[in-house]
Design a protein around this ligand. Sequence first.
Ligand SMILES: *Cc1c(COP(=O)(O)O)cnc(C)c1O
Length: 393
Amino acid sequence: MIPSILPTYNRAPLSFVEGRGCWLVEADGRRFLDLGAGIAVNALGHAAPELVEVLTRQAGKLWHVSNLYQVPEQEALADKLVEETFADTVFFTNSGTEACELAVKMARKHFAEAGQPERVEIITFEGCFHGRSSAAIAASGAEKMVAGFGPLLEGFVHLPWGDHDALRAAVGERTCAIMVEPVQGEGGIRVLPDQCLKGLRDMCDEAGILLILDEVQCGVGRTGKLFAHEWAGIAPDIMMVAKGIGGGFPLGAVLATEAAASGMGAGSHGSTYGGNPLGCAVGKAVLDRVSDPAFLEDVNRRAGLLRQKLEGLVAAHPEVFEGVRGEGLMLGLKCKVAPADVVTAGYDAQVITVPAADNVVRILPPLTITEDEINEALTRLDAAATALKEAGI
Ligand SMILES: *Cc1c(COP(=O)(O)O)cnc(C)c1O
């Protein structure tokens, strides 16, 4: 019999009932150290007092009005995003995949309005993940995501990771954009080197096409900069944001330059919930905190410590791990065993990690993780690796 929840996830037998900071409490009372943060969502940890305060204050005032009216909380968050980034304008969504939908529409509309309607193709890269809507799975092209779902949205060109010749050959008269994650998340914490990101920016400028960055997972302080592309000293034309920006409240956004957004006039796009007062009030509180240079400095300091400790873990368990990769607090342990086994052993040691492709286990703690918690995390990961070895996996 089909469960009451559509069985699209293989769920672990864990029911968390409470969270505080980096800690989750299971229904049976066990405390888990959370190095997953709901897949890079709980940027400020669970039940961050300032977010609880902002959310409950807004909940007592106004939940929803519709984008038929001015929404002051939305304007405040958009103004702050414009102030802190390359962007001139913002559209709010409820998720990353909705941000992908708009990024695709915006890029195509830009060229349609500019008299180049033939420019519809968007180049993406192997291992990418942009969400689960029809456009987002078409963007990825991965067999396991698209199989059985019928005709896909046309116009995506999928290239191998790191093949510069293939990329040069693919950019042509029909290309409108290149879409890429500065750090692939689901793909296995694969960092696009700064040189490559700069190269993509140059290539887009030369060809007169748009650079769309998907910072849904790597944005909002995760890599130690407010947005990951800042490490390369470049800026995109369009950027997708979600996950961390809501700190746990469903919120996403598309940020764009005035030029890239030029085609999107009244009636060209919409969302009932997108930018609702609850989400935007929380998002503003998250952004105020994370965009503070002192906060980002802390993230980088914590990230350095965590990375150093993870290198030690790899050295201590060469049968289990191959290496550490990533940027900031978006780290991956490349495994020699099945990542799912490492994650499961972690559950037994009461530490939460997240599997990814390319044999990687993701370490994505709240950005607020303390030094003591990092030490505790390593004790637990070490216990998990030792248990795996003893079990002969
Ligand atoms: C999670 C993710 C998405 C999709 O976000 P949803 O909120 O699940 O729709 C898109 N792109 C990247 C890089 C992601 O990590």
